[in-house]
Design a protein. Structure first.
Length: 347
């Protein structure tokens, strides 16, 4: 296999979250699929948002110094944690009898073990190895930045493991969505800010919430897609509790709420106005809302990638968060490079 073939295969995996249909697949490609690397941008945006908020504060106040080595380690650490989280979910859902050949997880993409790609022992060893690597990064950052780093990291580890693992199995009790909201918002964004500066103010944790809502909307969409099989298995996600119609409306609200909250952050003076570039994602939002206005079709339309079926709603939410998260991050970059101050009388 040539390097060009490998790169093309990896690019397709990152775009489709699935194995290439007509290209050879190497071991790196397999692990990109198994760790679901296509959704890592959501984590990269969280870490980058936290770092850029710290840079903006350093620019405005002149009293904060950014530790870039610590920031890079922190972002690398949360991506490792995301990869471990995805493998942990597959491992415990499989050992708990949820992931089977006929369950949704094994239909839309290869399951690491059910597909025959790796053994259960290999899956377990890799997820433990990634977690240990993350733990070493945590200890190093805590040595540099103080014990609060350990609090953030261990809170994230708890939410990651017990999202599916017993005895808590948060997903089964309608707490999985809150789990993701806290992890990709206050913990990742606030944690990266903490590592960058050595402290984390309350306003940073509050500012993390709009983006956290978008990431939650992706999981919410996936759980809407799985209402029928999850109900049969007794898995009470929030969409199962609400029912499909109310769940679709609720997820529309989560996606919409991102925009007034970002505007409110600008009006309060927490961040500069360039973050309003996120509004350029509104056409993608409208597209997603249109699909959420109707129930999931019985079969995929001709234009829909068949390999992604039976998932439906999650894809539209993910397209939205990927664009809106990028634009929000770009806005934070521009706030640093081309600062603009709105003439607001209350600031």
């Amino acid at each position: 296999m040539t390097l060009r073939d490998r790169l093309a295969g990896w690019r397709e995996i990152m775009q489709t979250a699935n194995a290439p249909e007509d290209r050879p697949l190497d071991n790196v490609g397999k692990w990109l699929v198994m760790t679901r690397a296509a959704v890592f941008p959501m984590t990269l945006w969280s870490g980058t948002i936290g770092a850029l908020l710290a840079v903006e504060v350093a620019r405005v106040t002149g009293t904060v110094t950014i530790d870039w080595i610590a920031v890079i380690l922190a972002v690398f650490g949360i991506v490792l944690a995301h990869a471990a989280n995805n493998l942990i979910n597959d491992y415990f859902d499989m050992t708990g009898g949820v992931d089977t050949e006929g369950y949704v997880r094994a239909l839309y993409a290869p399951h690491p073990v059910l597909s025959g790609w790796v053994t259960k022992a290999t899956l377990r060893n890799v997820m433990v190895g990634l977690t240990v690597m993350g733990g070493l990064i945590m200890l190093l950052l805590a040595y540099w930045k103080g014990p609060l780093v350990i609090v953030f990291a261990l809170a994230g580890l708890f939410l990651s493991v017990f999202y599916v693992a017993p005895p808590f199995s948060l997903k089964r009790h309608g707490l999985g969505e809150l789990d993701v909201f806290l992890t990709w918002g206050p913990l990742m964004i606030g944690g990266t800010y903490l590592v960058a500066t050595g402290s984390v103010p309350l306003w940073v944790l509050v500012f993390s919430m709009p983006y956290a809502l978008l990431v939650t909307s992706v999981l919410f969409g996936k759980h809407i897609d799985k209402i029928v099989p999850d109900t049969a298995l007794g898995i009470r996600t929030v969409p199962v509790i609400l029912g499909e119609h109310t769940a679709r409306r609720t997820n529309q609200a989560l996606m919409i709420l991102f925009y007034p909250l970002v505007l409110l952050a600008v009006l309060t003076g927490w961040v500069g106005p360039w973050v309003l570039l996120a509004g350029l994602a509104i056409p993608e939002l409208i597209r997603a809302l249109r699909f959420y206005n109707k129930p999931k079709p019985d079969a995929p339309p001709p234009w829909y990638p068949a390999r992604g079926w039976p998932l439906w709603f999650v894809g539209f939410a993910f397209r939205h968060v990927r664009l809106a998260g990028f634009l929000l991050t770009l806005g934070l970059v521009l706030n640093v490079l081309v600062p603009v101050k709105l003439p607001l009388p209350w600031l």
